[in-house]
Design a protein. Structure first.
Length: 96
């Protein structure tokens, strides 16, 4: 797992958070726990709407989210100002 160097917390596993959760407060969000090869991730309802329309994390959905790396402690602190709507399980891309 990739590490980030946080000025406040030192080295930590990285997490991903959408721009809306970074820039605003009191939003509903969805989250995925860290997995062996994937970081913990959180995204807001607006990003989830694009995700649903795109049927997955496409370039358009990623652009909407404008992901940023956070250390685990900063990620947890930032999410404490929002409301968890649901945990999402990581999924492999579907076979067509």
């Amino acid at each position: 797992m990739k590490l980030v160097q946080c000025a406040e917390h030192g080295p930590s596993s990285y997490c991903l958070i959408c721009r809306h959760l970074r820039e605003r407060n009191a939003l509903g969000y969805f989250a995925m726990k860290a997995e062996p090869e994937e970081p913990a991730q959180a995204w807001c309802e607006a990003c989830d709407s694009v995700l649903a329309r795109e049927r997955g994390w496409t370039d358009r959905a990623d652009q909407q989210a404008d992901w940023k790396l956070f250390c685990t402690a900063c990620y947890e602190r930032r999410l404490s100002s929002h409301k968890l709507l649901s945990w999402v399980e990581g999924t492999a891309p579907e076979e067509e």
